[in-house]
Design a binder for this molecule. Structure first.
Ligand SMILES: Cc1ncc(COP(=O)(O)O)c(C=O)c1O
Length: 379
């Protein structure tokens, strides 16, 4: 069910991942997958374009998109979402900005780092101070230290940007961890923006728990979700904001249009198809990615035995500690010496040397080649 794209197809399809690197470079960087998109999505897009559906989307909350997401959340996560409280937005990054602008209390934004790199700039863009909560990403169990979280709120932070599952740690937070976070947040009357873009991409037997599925979170949290990562449709521009509290929902839907009017009608169509008809394809994707994970782990162990890779519980973005090989910037070496484009660890945690993030959502042959090239560059 999951069809690998050939190099030529990937260059046509993925103009960022494959188009921004030289032809001899193997791209394993930005979070896009070298797989053909799910047939129900292609069909929905063909139907929409044939019907001339290229105008504005419907601007009301809920609707077919809300119903499709609520069905997906119920089946995939056992989470009850009120379809009317699903509000579209252009993408997850814009959704986080919107949440900061209209939902979160004023005050510093707490970012656990390493963090998805573009989000490191979000606090400043939204006129807030950024405070970092440094997490040891190479620990066997990278997680949010509740005592440090408590101190950060006591010191004035007001909002936590919680990414879960986490990029780049690859962590899926357990319900108990989320309950611990909830308790600290409530103690300080703080706010949580839960970026759950990677929620559908759990690997093996990992289970995603939506933050809003944890009791006692409705009044202080918004989830920003999307079909974009799991179904490779980031360019279609449609994410969703989910609240479980009428007061927060009202703040979202009464925000002036100029704050949130840019999502695309084709993104809506594709997201509905993904949520309503994509379960079988998604199950196959998880199986494929789990196999690529096992392959990458085994290949890395054989080729670079001193490398340490965090257990990848979700996402297809492997976080690899290569410090034992003594290079500050292994990503630069990979490009220079082996024509392999991976992401540099210091992009996710400024000042952190010796790490790379490797995108393994590709064919078996390319994963083998990624490992070989890493070995050439770093070993
Ligand atoms: C955690 C996380 N949030 C947000 C994004 C970006 O999402 P969007 O393109 O919808 O803004 C990514 C992209 O990989 C991501 O990993």
């Amino acid at each position: 069910m999951i069809r690998d794209l050939s190099d030529d197809e990937a260059r046509e399809a993925l103009v960022c991942k494959w188009g921004l690197v030289a032809p001899d470079v193997l791209p394993a960087w930005v979070a896009e997958m070298d797989y053909a998109i799910a047939p129900p999505i292609t069909e929905a897009l063909h139907r929409a374009v044939a019907a001339g559906r290229t105008g504005y989307p419907q601007f009301a909350a809920g609707g077919a998109l809300g119903a499709a997401y609520a069905g997906f959340a119920a089946r995939q996560f056992g989470h009850e979402v009120d379809p009317e409280r699903v509000v579209a937005t252009v993408d997850v990054t814009a959704g986080v900005r919107l949440a900061l602008d209209v939902l979160a209390p004023p005050g510093p934004l707490l970012m656990p780092v390493p963090a998805y790199s573009p989000q490191l700039a979000i606090a400043e863009i939204c006129g807030r101070e950024r405070r970092d909560l440094v997490v040891e990403p190479d620990a066997a169990h990278a997680g949010i230290d509740l005592a440090a979280l408590d101190r950060a709120f006591a010191d004035g932070a007001r909002v936590l940007l919680l990414t879960q599952p986490h990029n780049p740690w690859g962590r899926v937070f357990s319900r108990a961890e989320l309950e611990g976070i909830r308790d600290v947040v409530r103690r300080h009357d703080a706010f949580v923006i839960s970026d759950e873009i990677h929620a559908p991409i759990t690997l093996g037997d990992a289970v995603h728990v939506p933050y809003l599925a944890v009791t006692g979170t409705a009044e202080h949290a918004v989830a920003v979700v999307a079909a974009s990562k799991a179904f490779n449709i980031a360019g279609l521009k449609c994410a969703q904001m989910v609240t479980a509290d009428e007061r927060l929902h009202q703040r979202l839907v009464t925000a002036p249009m100029a704050r949130n009017d840019s999502w695309s009608v084709l993104g809506v169509e594709a997201s509905i198809a993904a949520y309503a008809e994509g379960d079988a394809w998604l199950a196959a994707l998880r199986t494929t990615l789990t196999a690529r994970r096992e392959q990458f782990v085994a290949g890395l162990a054989a080729t670079l035995p001193l490398a340490r890779m965090r257990p990848l519980e979700a996402t297809y973005l492997a976080w690899v500690d290569l410090r034992a090989y003594g290079h500050d910037d292994p990503a630069a070496r990979a490009l220079d010496l082996a024509r392999l484009q991976v992401s540099a660890g210091h992009d996710y945690h400024p000042g952190l040397a010796g790490h790379v993030r490797v995108n393994i959502a590709t064919s078996e042959a390319r994963v083998e080649e990624i490992v070989r090239r890493l070995g050439v560059a770093v070993g």
